[in-house]
Design a protein around this ligand. Structure first.
Ligand code: IVH
Length: 681
């Protein structure tokens, strides 16, 4: 039995962590530093390991997944999980609205949501606890994927109320996360949806936990009656679910200011504004961090939903407006292999140029042999190529096999650049010859490229010439090469050479945080470089010393750096070739020490506080300057006064927020007092 204090501590830790997870994953506003979060989390983990009976199913520690295999049992839904009728033109949508308004027998309002292109899921909560997560399946029976869904940070394991409710929503992977994760998968997926679907069907939930899935909830089925979709969404938000804020609300009459104030992210309008809204969404679609394949128009009033009812498959009170599918048919002309800077061999399909989603596609990556085998793709096949959002184009499927007798394409046995032998690692093949011209050129081009050293006046064509003429053999040669010998070569006048030289010289000014990721060390991109530098390794010598000592632990201790990354970085930093390059670059004057800004760290006097700022100020104009000061000192800022607000900074002519703050007993701070707090005169 655990001592009473421990039981209490575990309870308190669980509820604190639950709230912090909500702030982090749902509100997107971390309440404490990563270190503080880890400290609380590790403490709870330790208690649960010591006293396993204290570990509850809905403990915040249960999002990490386990290595246990579980198959995916079929379970019956207790709500009908219907799909939506579809419309493909604005006209079809307008017709549907008119028909629906006529059949409803009452005044309607419409809510327009984004149709997230992910995996549909139903979550069942009983007395506020997540008891089951089920895929849509055939609408009546789906697969139990509870253990995997538990690993998703934005899925509440426990609600803020002991409510019994079923909710529907979409599990998805953001576009940037897809790009990162897909690179490191054994099988490459064509798009974020396929990867998300594959992930929630994993048998080991630890594998699911490694993929940063997210969830938006869009329908709620409560025991008590709630009269509008709007109110249902508000209730879902209160309970702790993550909702998509990109919503349109369309009425025949102007809606009240309370509703508008409660949903600052929504767009409100009359029916006549709906068309414009749809067009706006279509324009902004590519820039969204997640994929949508249309919009969903829903009747807001539950009474009208009941009157309208269902057809066999879908409700009459909603319609999906599907965007034009960014997919096109084309033919594979040939399949080439490319050698990347890490030696990875990537097959690329050359296809007949085809317009997809506004741009012309003629090359499509095929990732690896496994991917090609899954598609059963051969040269000459007609294929469907997609381009969702701004994600790279992908072959979705073979539409028609070729009639030339070509069979499924096979990878060549040797490197196309150096004829070296290829070795498999995971699902990919690698050329292991470190002098392989394609690899070396790839490394140099990466180093000089945009987002890295960004050397002006120097591009891949010039690198080709320099390399092929034997003027450079590696990155460091750029800084020591003899430029004179270039002058006079076709396309290289004196002026051009001077410009190249200037760009290279100027690149010596790039800070360490750019130089480090430009070296092209696997797993050590810009983000990781920043973490490492902020984590206390602001110079190359301390990093090299760490590698000499095989000290992966110190790297893992930096939040955001995992075991795999740490091990790879240490392994790479021990390689003699890389060390030689680093030494030589250092001798040429590149920055291998991060300059500190000289700013003393400020005292975290606002730690754990939640500040709202209102009114106008003499010193802080605009008032966001005051909010910056709060955040710099560890505080959080919000735009509305609520029960969670601890301080209100009230400037001149502060209005309703001041009144509200007084009612709630929030600490009220004047500009003068605030300046004192900041220790500024
Ligand atoms: S409402 C009965 N809202 O689209 C109405 N669906 O064919 C339930 N989807 O299976 C669906 N975003 O996977 C609704 N904001 C949204 C949605 C959405 C994506 C998906 C969902 C559903 C399919 C409809």
């Amino acid at each position: 039995m655990a001592p009473k204090e421990i039981i209490r501590e575990a309870d308190e830790l669980a509820s604190r962590l639950r709230h912090l997870q909500y702030e982090y994953y749902v509100l997107n506003k971390p309440g404490v530093s990563d270190q503080e979060y880890d400290r609380l989390f590790d403490r709870l983990l330790l208690i649960e390991q010591t006293y396993p009976h204290l570990k509850k199913d809905d403990s915040p520690t249960q999002r990490v997944g386990s290595d246990l295999e579980s198959s995916l049992p079929e379970v019956e839904h207790s709500i009908p999980v219907l799909s939506l009728d579809k419309g493909y033109t604005l006209e079809a949508v307008e017709n549907w609205m008119n028909k629906t308004a006529a059949n409803a027998g009452m005044d309607l309002s419409f809510i327009v949501e984004e149709k997230i292109d992910g995996v549909s899921i139903v979550l069942y909560y009983s007395d506020g606890r997540l008891v089951r997560a089920v895929t849509r399946g055939n609408g009546t029976v789906g697969n139990d994927v509870t253990e995997n869904i538990r690993t998703i940070g934005s899925v509440p394991l426990r609600l803020s109320d002991d409510e019994t409710v079923a909710v529907r929503g979409e599990i998805y992977l953001s576009k940037p996360d897809f790009e990162i994760v897909n690179e490191n998968q054994d099988i490459s997926y064509a798009n974020p949806r396929n990867l998300a679907a594959g992930t929630i069907r994993r048998l080991k939930s630890r594998e699911a936990a490694a993929i940063p899935l997210q969830m938006f909830v869009y329908e709620g089925y409560f025991e008590e009656e709630i009269h509008t979709h709007l109110k249902i969404m508000e209730r879902l938000g209160e309970l702790g679910f993550r909702l998509n804020e990109r919503v349109g609300y369309f009425t025949e009459r102007d809606v009240g200011s309370t509703v508008k104030a409660r949903h600052p992210g929504w767009i409100f309008g009359m029916f006549s504004a709906l068309k414009g809204y749809i067009e706006k969404e279509e324009r902004e679609r590519a820039g969204l961090p997640y994929e949508i394949d249309g919009l969903v128009l829903k009747v807001n009033e539950m009474a009208a939903r009941n009157t309208l009812g269902f057809t066999g498959h879908h409700p009459r009170w909603a319609i999906a407006y599907k965007f034009e599918s960014p997919e096109a048919e084309t033919r594979v002309i040939s399949i080439d292999v490319q050698v990347g800077r890490t030696g990875r061999i990537t097959p690329v399909a050359r296809v007949e140029p085809v317009k997809i989603g506004g741009s012309t596609v003629s090359n499509v990556t095929l990732h690896n042999q496994l991917y090609i085998d899954l598609l059963e793709l051969a040269v000459g096949d007609s294929v469907a190529v997609s381009k969702r959002g701004d994600v790279i184009p992908a072959v979705e499927r073979v539409i028609e096999k070729n009639e030339d007798g070509n069979t499924t394409w096979r990878m060549p046995p040797a490197c196309p650049s150096c004829s070296g032998l290829l070795q498999p690692s995971g699902a990919h093949l690698f050329c292991t010859n470190r002098y392989c011209p394609a690899q070396v050129k790839g490394k140099i081009n990466f180093f000089i490229g945009k987002g890295q050293m960004d050397i002006e006046n120097l591009g891949p064509e010039t690198i080709d010439v320099l390399f092929d003429r034997g003027l450079i053999h590696g990155i460091d040669d750029l800084y020591t090469m003899n430029f004179e010998s270039l002058i006079g070569l076709p396309g290289f006048g004196e002026k051009k050479v001077a410009l190249i030289r200037k760009g290279i010289e100027k690149s010596k000014e790039q800070p360490f945080r750019i130089v480090l990721p430009s070296l092209g060390i696997p797993e050590l991109g810009r983000k990781v470089a920043e973490l490492i530098i902020e984590g206390g390794y602001g110079d190359i010598d301390s990093l090299l010393a760490l590698a000499d000592n095989h000290d992966t632990e110190s790297l893992i201790r930096i939040h955001g750096i995992g075991e795999k990354t740490a091990e790879r970085i240490v392994r790479e930093l021990r390689k003699p070739d890389l060390r030689k390059t680093i030494n030589s670059l250092r001798n040429q004057g590149l920055n291998f020490v991060e300059e500190t800004t000289g700013n003393e760290p400020v005292e975290q006097v606002c730690k754990d506080q939640v500040w709202c700022v209102t009114g106008s100020f003499d010193t802080f104009n605009p008032r966001s300057l005051a909010m910056d000061e709060v955040r710099k000192r560890g505080g959080r800022t919000v735009s509305l006064v609520s029960g969670a607000t601890t301080h209100l900074l009230a400037g001149k002519s502060a209005g309703s927020k001041l009144t509200k703050a007084r009612e709630l007993g929030v600490t009220i701070v004047t500009e003068e007092e605030f300046l004192k707090l900041l220790s500024r005169p």
